[in-house]
Write a protein that binds this ligand. Sequence first.
Ligand SMILES: Cc1cc2nc3c(=O)[nH]c(=O)nc-3n(C[C@H](O)[C@H](O)[C@H](O)COP(=O)(O)O)c2cc1C
Ligand SMILES: Cc1ncc(COP(=O)(O)O)c(CN)c1O
Length: 192
Amino acid sequence: MSDDPFTLFDSWYAEAKQSEPNDPNAVALATADAEGRPSVRMVLLKGHGPDGFVIYTNRESRKAGELAANPQGALLFHWKSLRRQIRIEGPVSWATDEESDAYFASRGRDSQLGAWASEQSRPLDSRETFEQRFAAMTAKFEGQDVPRPPHWGGYRVKPTRIEFWQDRAHRLHERRLFVREDGNWSEGLLFP
Ligand SMILES: Cc1cc2nc3c(=O)[nH]c(=O)nc-3n(C[C@H](O)[C@H](O)[C@H](O)COP(=O)(O)O)c2cc1C
Ligand SMILES: Cc1ncc(COP(=O)(O)O)c(CN)c1O
């Protein structure tokens, strides 16, 4: 019964891409501050493999502050069309500059400009202020490629624990838990 969890993730993710009406890569990211107070928000998965699960965001945002104080995260996928969830937990680190640069370069120009214009998670006095900042960045970078802002980049959750949950009749669900210890994955089941 034991595959490695990444092969199983790939097969569930491929099915989700077929069956989810939108954003099969949408995933909740939970972080906690230095006192252990949790917070959670949706992000988009932009890369994954045995090294971890990568998302991109503002490195001065609330989540970034929490990760600086407490570099541990949890990810939750819920694919309603498949009645499945996947829980991923582990330490979080920055993606390399090279991968952040490459991902940023692949984004649409307005999304790139938005990353410059947004002081993500900080108070905004009016929508107009944001639109003015966006216009200022549009003018600033006119006629040139938009470089990756220093405050923007990837985070990688390197899993130590991955659980695959499949809905079954009468709440008799199936839960497969993979745990990494000393570099090796072991698999077991959990009561639902
Ligand atoms: C489906 C969905 C996907 C999102 N993807 C991202 C993302 O990839 N990166 C990001 O910074 N914010 C994304 N957001 C916005 C975040 O949920 C959140 O508002 C923002 O990152 C600020 O979070 P923070 O204040 O906890 O740092 C997404 C929101 C939704 C609903
Ligand atoms: C603020 C923000 N940053 C980054 C992303 C990542 O997705 P993309 O690079 O496709 O814009 C999202 C996706 N909703 C987002 O809302």
